[in-house]
Design a protein around this ligand. Structure first.
Ligand SMILES: N=C(N)NCCCC(=O)O
Ligand SMILES: [Zn+2]
Ligand SMILES: [Zn+2]
Length: 326
């Protein structure tokens, strides 16, 4: 039998502001014997097209996650008690060599996945979604990518460079990593380079739910589209924190006005609790532009909600009664 999961220390006994930060004050991977969910930092921002600084994202999100508690009433789960969640530290990324950095991310992600863990990766810029998808598809085959972002990130090249934070999902589609019947972007908004960007994006296998759609039709309608698109396929969720309005996530490199609220996005992420969520990332947190940990706290809660969605639920009793009523 596996030992009981080790969770964070009681915040009523050990001050939550004390000691070095791990995500949600969880144990480090070397302090446990197994990992069902591994939180992995990727301090890499060599692919950015505008403001740099997402290499400091993992540390900032960990610092901003100290107040998270054990029970999530919104999903009725105790994520750190029913599975072993660990902080797996940071990938050692070469900041001077993009392909080498991406290889390092893929290698470390594969190791954790091969050990039976699902991943919650904290970026880093959005370039890192590509090696993460390479690692995840090596296990699951092509996945339904559900991508929350202001930006399509299916552009081709920047200054002739193929591996950037504006291009990961084009490369992923070209490499056959995404399921073109089941992938989608949510929260897209703002100016693009040309109208044909959307045609290219459709051809690569994505459907789009825009931020104005969420505003006009509502979160429930957006979630309905999401469910219809992915069905019961293995899903990889990629959250670029700039999907949030700059009012809710100022600390990011390519902010666009008119985004989602944190509240709207948290509700959407809860939908993955009954979908087949295999791994996820939260990227593009750039603390130099943050204030009062607004973006860091948002990212910490987004990550927590994703971990909760990965938490196994007890099967529903056949007669519909709750176990404690039976
Ligand atoms: N993935 C993020 N955050 N941004 C992509 C924007 C690419 C551009 O400069 O057009
Ligand atoms: Zn973006
Ligand atoms: Zn992005």
């Amino acid at each position: 039998m596996s030992p009981d999961p080790i969770g964070p220390p009681e915040a009523t006994q050990v001050p939550r502001y004390a000691g070095p930060a791990t995500f949600a004050r969880l144990p480090r991977i070397d302090q446990v014997t197994r990992a069902d969910v591994a939180v992995l930092g990727v301090p890499f921002d060599g692919g950015v097209s505008y403001r740099p600084g997402a290499r400091f994202g993992p540390g900032h999100v960990r610092e901003s996650s100290r107040l998270l508690r054990q029970y999530n009433p919104a999903q009725d789960v105790t994520p750190f008690a029913t599975q072993q969640v660990v902080d797996a530290g940071d990938v050692t990324c070469n900041p001077f060599d993009i392909p080498e950095a991406l290889d390092a991310v893929e290698r470390q992600a594969r190791e954790l996945l091969d050990g039976g863990a699902r991943l919650l990766t904290i970026g880093g810029d959005h370039t890192v979604a590509l090696p993460l998808l390479r690692a995840v598809t090596a296990r699951h085959g092509p996945v339904a990518v559900v991508h929350f972002d202001a930006h399509l990130d299916t552009w081709d090249t920047y200054f002739g460079a193929a591996y950037t934070h504006g291009t990961p999902f084009r490369r992923a589609a070209e490499e056959g990593l995404i399921d073109p019947e089941a992938s989608m972007h949510l929260g897209i908004r703002g100016p693009v380079y040309a109208r044909s960007d959307f045609d290219d994006d459709t051809r690569l296998g994505f459907s789009v739910v825009t931020a104005p759609f969420v505003e006009l039709e509502g979160v429930a309608a957006a979630v309905e589209r999401l469910r219809a698109r992915v069905g019961d396929r293995p899903v990889y969720v990629s959250v670029d924190v700039d999907v949030l309005d700059p009012a809710f996530a100022p600390g990011t490199g390519t902010p666009e006005a008119g985004g989602l609220t944190t509240r709207e996005l948290l509700v959407m992420l809860r939908a993955f609790a009954d979908l087949n969520l295999v791994s996820a990332d939260v990227v593009e947190v750039a603390p130099a532009y943050d204030h009062a940990q607004i973006t860091g706290i948002a990212a910490a809660h987004l990550g927590y909600e994703l971990i909760c969605a990965m938490t196994p639920r007890p099967p529903a009793p056949l007669d519909g009664a709750r176990p404690d009523e039976a």
